[in-house]
Structures are given as structure tokens and as C-alpha cells.
Design a protein around this ligand. Structure first.
Ligand code: G3I
Length: 322
């Protein structure tokens, strides 16, 4: 009855969780569950630009370094997240970035400082995060505004220069199945990849609402296969499943949540292109969903007292049957 991580290892995949610095420093239960159950971690906030580059050109890696060390001491993989995003930016970016030249200079310096600092220690990087809107148009981030869509391939090239080894991922939400957003992404990313841009993989965040009727295991699998056929790796990068919108008794809602965890896990375990699955937090107490006003989505594998939920058991059973 080994841990989730051990079970998945046998089939060549990792199981990860996103991690925050605060509970890691002061909550032993959190740390124990993390290192016992998971074989990979993603740094949830401490590698974001506002956290690591609070002043122009002045980097503070300490908290992210602490998390990476925890992974290394416990034989876990590390997913770095994210090098380029339109959110979680320090205020100074809006003063320094005023045209194409300054945007490229700031972005290149950031990407290369990060990828260089963690070279050899991060196995997968989310190089660009959330660049498309749901309708398939480009998201109007500050990088898009001054550089245009070219900021995406440039970021991958800069990252590869600074770290030749790490797998370089594009990461987004709402791209788990085929739709307008995924189609736009597929068109652009496969075109750039064919032109030689070093894009290795596609991260599907997989923030799901258990009440969303659009979720389908078959459609998800079909989408994973499309990326694989175009030469990409895949990964489930930020999985969680909200409970509260489902109109059913609590026990049934927990089972429905567990079913979705099992479905997504089995898709990843069956696809050789899928490197692994990461859940977005260790337990409900620390989930970003719980932190949102008026939400108690209870979206993770362990409850607010760190007890295993039905989702945990169902996820583990999918390894046995794979
Ligand atoms: O660290 C400060 C703390 O000092 C302060 O007291 C507190 C008061 O608000 O805020 C703390 O920072 C918050 C941080 O989480 C740590 O808890 C930020 O305000 C808050 O905006 C931040 O939210 C994070 C969010 O990304 C924005 O960066 C969530 O934890 C994190 O789970 C979420 O993760 C994103 C992925 O990066 C991208 N995909 C979607 C996913 C969920 O939104």
C-alpha cells in the first residue's frame, strides 16, 4: 500500500503537488504528507516574477530555493512555474516596460536569470503561462501588448539557452479538451515547434468543477493524443476539483469528485506522452480555492484535517488497474 508517488513511478509517471513556503516552514503534517505521498512538486507562488524580482534586476531566490531543497532532500522532481505570465508582476514592470525594446530586455533578463539559477535543478518549466483567451484570441498581457505573439517563441528560445536540459512547457487552463482555445493554441504552438522553437510539452492545468457537464474522460484523452501526435509531451499540472456547485448530498459529491480524479489519472497513466500529474495543493486547508471569498470548494485529495478523501483512494486504485 505504497504512496501515490511510488505507485505511479512503476508506470513511469510522477504524482506531484504544488507547494507554498509558509506551511512548509511551520506545519509538519503538511510537510510529511508532501514528502511521503508525492514524487514531484511545483513551486506554487514563490517563483512568480513579483516574488523573485521585487526590484528591477534584483533577484530574491531564497524562498523558492528552500522549496527546491526540500524536493532534492526527498528525491522529488521539481516543476518550475512560471517564467512568463501576465499576472503576479511586480509594480515596477509597468514603469520600466514602455515599448518593444524594453519589454524584450526585461523579459529576457528575467527568463534567463531564473532558468539559469535553477539549471539542473528544475526538470520541467512552465515557460509561458495562460497566453490565450477562451475564444482563441491572444490574452492582452503587457508582453503581448509590446512584443506581440512573438514573445511566446522568444521566451522558449531564451529559456533553452539558459537551461539546455529542462523540459520546456506551455501551460494553460481550459485546454484539457478540444475547443476554440485549444485549437488556437494547437495551431500556433505546433507551427512554432515545426519551425524549431524548443517547446517540449503542454501543461493542462485541469481546474475542474465537479458540476461542469463538459468534462469527459474520452474527450480529454482524444486531446492528449492530438498533442502527442504532433510531437509534444503532456502533463496535468494544477489539478483540483471543486465540490460545492454540485447539487447532491455530500457523500455523493465526494464520490463524483473521486470519479473525476480517477478519470484524469487514468488518462495520464495510459498516455506515454504524459510525464505526470500534479494537484494544486496538498490539502483543502491550503488550497487557493478555499482562500477565495465565499468559496469552500474542498477540491483536493486530503481534507482540512489532512485525512484522505475518497478521491485519494480512487486515484490510488487507478494505478493498480493500469
Ligand atoms: O504572500 C502574501 C501574504 O504576505 C499576504 O499577507 C497575503 C494577503 O493577501 O497575500 C499573500 O499573497 C497571496 C499568495 O497567493 C500567497 O497566498 C496573493 O495575494 C495571492 O494573489 C496569491 O494567489 C495565488 C494566485 O495563483 C496568484 O498568483 C494562488 O495562491 C495560486 O494558487 C494561484 O495559482 C494559479 C497558477 O499560478 C496559474 N494557474 C491558476 C492558478 C489558480 O489561480
Amino acid at each position: 500500500n505504497a504512496s501515490l508517488g511510488k505507485n505511479a513511478e512503476d508506470s513511469g509517471h510522477y504524482i506531484g503537488a504544488s507547494v507554498r513556503w509558509d506551511p512548509l516552514a511551520d506545519n509538519e503534517k503538511y510537510k510529511d504528507l508532501l514528502v511521503e505521498e508525492f514524487s514531484s512538486l511545483t513551486v506554487e507562488n514563490e517563483m512568480k516574477m513579483e516574488a523573485v524580482q521585487p526590484e528591477p534586476g534584483s533577484y530574491s531566490f531564497q524562498k523558492a530555493d528552500d522549496i527546491v531543497e526540500t524536493a532534492e532532500q526527498n528525491g522529488m522532481k521539481v516543476r518550475g512555474h512560471p517564467l512568463v505570465w501576465g499576472e503576479a508582476l511586480p509594480d515596477w514592470v509597468h514603469e520600466k516596460v514602455v515599448d518593444e525594446q524594453s519589454a524584450k530586455a526585461v523579459l529576457k533578463d528575467h527568463v534567463q536569470a531564473m532558468a539559469g539559477h535553477y539549471s539542473g535543478r528544475v526538470q520541467e518549466w512552465d515557460v509561458v503561462n495562460e497566453a490565450w483567451n477562451d475564444d482563441g484570441s491572444y490574452r492582452e498581457t503587457i508582453w503581448f501588448e509590446y512584443i506581440g505573439p512573438e514573445y511566446i517563441p522568444l521566451a522558449f528560445e531564451w529559456a533553452r539557452e539558459a537551461d539546455p536540459e529542462a523540459k520546456l512547457y506551455y501551460n494553460d487552463y481550459g485546454n484539457e479538451m478540444k475547443n476554440e482555445k485549444t485549437d488556437a493554441m494547437f495551431e500556433a504552438l505546433s507551427r512554432w515547434k515545426n519551425d524549431g522553437v524548443p517547446i517540449d510539452g503542454i501543461g493542462m492545468q485541469t481546474h475542474i468543477d465537479a458540476a461542469d457537464p463538459r468534462f469527459s474522460r474520452e474527450k480529454m484523452q482524444e486531446n492528449f493524443k492530438r498533442w502527442e501526435a504532433a510531437g509534444f509531451e503532456t502533463a496535468v499540472t494544477e489539478m483540483d476539483v471543486k465540490l460545492q456547485n454540485l447539487d447532491a448530498p455530500r457523500e455523493e459529491r465526494l464520490q463524483a469528485q473521486a470519479d473525476i480524479y480517477a478519470d484524469v489519472t487514468s488518462v495520464c497513466m495510459e498516455e506515454t506522452s504524459c510525464s505526470g500529474l500534479t494537484v494544486w495543493g496538498v490539502g483543502d486547508a491550503e488550497s487557493w480555492v478555499t482562500g477565495q471569498e465565499s468559496e469552500s470548494g474542498e477540491p483536493l485529495l486530503f481534507d482540512s484535517s489532512w485525512e484522505m478523501k475518497p478521491a485519494y483512494d480512487r486515484m490510488k486504485r487507478t494505478f493498480i488497474f493500469n
